[in-house]
Design a protein around this ligand. Structure first.
Ligand code: FAD
Length: 465
């Protein structure tokens, strides 16, 4: 054991810079120092490392881009795998792309667009790895019709916790396929993924509108989710002040008279419709029947790639003012439609813009579009994703602890309202909470863990087992 451990250590990067990077993430608050970082040159080499780690009883965390917020890709005294070393695009055919799991969604976008194709669903932010989002779900503006990224996977290559390389799909090793999709890295390291592709349209009409009332705004969102006039639909909470609107919308509504005396919050809908130049959509039809504030509409025509990478500008701006580098105690929950107005109203009544200092999301989803077994959803066809993508201000440990605790309370209130959580967040869950989170799915996950990671060495930072 000692010998294996020493030999293992020699394969790791143990430099201070590697350890510092591997013991940090986008939350910038949890810091677990590993023994070292392994940079695989091939899947076969990674499989040998996993076998040796299992023999030595050393835990492993695959790390994509480390965009977790609560140490999920970290491992104290274990080995962090730098998955970005395995990031090649291997093949693009008429309706799929086969990539290594450390590739980002930006790599996938570029390679598929070169063939006139696109995945049906992107996360809002595309500098996340394929393996990282397939381990949690992967949601975005197209989820209301295309489901999660985990719903659009055709085949996976996985290294299980005992170091076996396996492929799985809806028709082969189905239990492993279901265990690893949104499986929080518990049953295997995803090394390759075959992702579904559909024809891409070159342009996108990106329509943003402001709304004054939560109830009619939600009705509008679900009208759009049901009639499919847009390919992408998202909603946002915006502080009702000239600075709040300018900040949350990228100054999209400079000339709009904001309603006085309507309360603290306004709401924004972002609709996206892709098209070919000879087939441009009619904006009036896109907005027909919606309760938009007078003159509060902003229309942009963008190349499709610019729409999909629309957060590049936001990232650049946040980096410039130093907010990107601060702690991010995020929370995302799914609320059943019939409880959404009361739930969101109550939550918004308890916070100020400074409690969030980041985007506040209200996305309309349909349960029937999402089929990944490991993503628990409310018992309701219409589901609202409600998220506070917080930046901790001031960025002190005390403030972060306060916001974690506030997140836990929101999560508990959401469960009481028949909702569920999205497992990417800074909501400190206990083992018991995780069991409740997975609900009816829990026994199958326990069985898969036993079968595919019998020594429990994978992804301990998730604190699921
Ligand atoms: P990491 O943080 O490195 O890893 C996440 C977890 O997955 C860890 O447990 C890790 O061990 C495991 N893991 C990583 N790679 C693998 C692999 N190949 N095989 C098995 N397990 C693995 N999510 C959305 O759904 N939609 C969004 O629009 C969205 N936008 C975001 C924007 C920003 C700025 C940030 C910071 C996060 C966003 N997220 C979004 C959340 C994001 O999807 C998750 O945090 C995701 O896990 C991060 O991907 P990553 O590659 O950085 O993974």
């Amino acid at each position: 054991m000692e010998h294996v451990t020493n030999e293992l250590l020699d394969r790791l990067d143990r430099s201070p810079s590697a350890l510092a990077e591997a013991s940090d993430d986008w939350g910038h608050t949890v810091h677990a120092t590993p023994l070292g970082v392994f940079t695989p040159s091939s899947v076969a080499e990674l499989a040998v490392l996993v076998q040796d780690a299992q023999t030595a009883g050393i835990a492993i965390a695959a790390r994509g881009r480390g965009h977790s917020t609560l140490g999920q890709a970290q491992v104290a005294s274990g080995i962090v795998i730098d998955m970005q070393a395995l990031s090649r695009v291997l093949e693009v055919d008429a309706d799929s792309i086969w990539v290594e799991a450390g590739a980002t969604w930006r790599h996938v976008l570029e390679a598929s667009l070169a063939a006139g194709l696109t995945p049906p669903i992107f996360t809002d932010y595309i500098d996340l790895t394929v393996g990282g989002t397939l381990s949690v779900g992967g949601l975005g503006s197209q989820t209301f019709r295309a489901g999660l990224q985990t719903d659009n996977v055709l085949e996976l290559e996985v290294i299980t916790g005992d170091g076996q390389i396996m492929t799985c799909s809806p028709t082969a090793q189905r239990d492993l396929f279901d265990a690893v999709r949104a499986g929080l890295g518990q049953c295997g390291i995803i090394t390759k993924a075959r992702l579904a592709l559909i024809p891409a349209q070159p342009m996108t009409r990106y329509v943003r509108s402001l709304h004054a009332d939560l109830e009619t705004f939600l009705t509008d969102l679900f009208t759009l989710a049901a009639d499919g006039r847009f390919d992408g639909v998202e909603g946002f909470v915006v502080h009702n002040s000239p600075e709040g609107v300018a900040q949350a919308t990228g100054n999209a509504f400079p000339d709009t008279a904001l309603p006085a005396g309507e309360g603290t919050w306004l709401y924004m809908i972002e609709g996206a419709k892709s098209y070919t130049p000879e087939n441009a959509p009619d904006t009036t039809s896109l907005l027909a029947g919606l309760s938009v504030l007078p003159s509060a509409v902003n229309v942009l025509d963008l190349p499709y790639a610019a729409y999909i990478s629309r957060l590049d500008l936001v990232e650049a701006a946040l980096r410039q003012i130093g907010l990107w580098q601060l702690p991010h105690p995020w929370i995302d929950v799914f609320v059943p439609r019939n409880a959404a107005v009361d739930f969101i109203r109550r939550e918004l009544a308890q916070i100020t813009p400074d409690d969030v200092a980041g985007p506040m999301l209200i996305y309309p989803y349909r349960r029937s579009a999402i089929t990944t077994p490991n993503v628990p959803l409310p018992e309701s066809e219409e589901i609202v994703l409600f998220a506070l993508l917080r930046t901790a201000l001031p960025p002190t440990p005390e403030r972060v602890a306060q916001l974690w605790s506030a997140n836990y309370d929101i999560y508990a209130r959401c469960l009481a309202a028949g909702g569920t959580g999205y497992a990417i967040d800074a909501v400190p869950l206990t083992a018991q909470d995780w069991q409740k989170h997975f609900g009816a799915r829990w026994p199958a996950l326990v069985e898969a863990k036993q079968r595919y990671d019998p020594a429990h060495i994978l992804a301990p930072g998730q604190k699921v087992f």
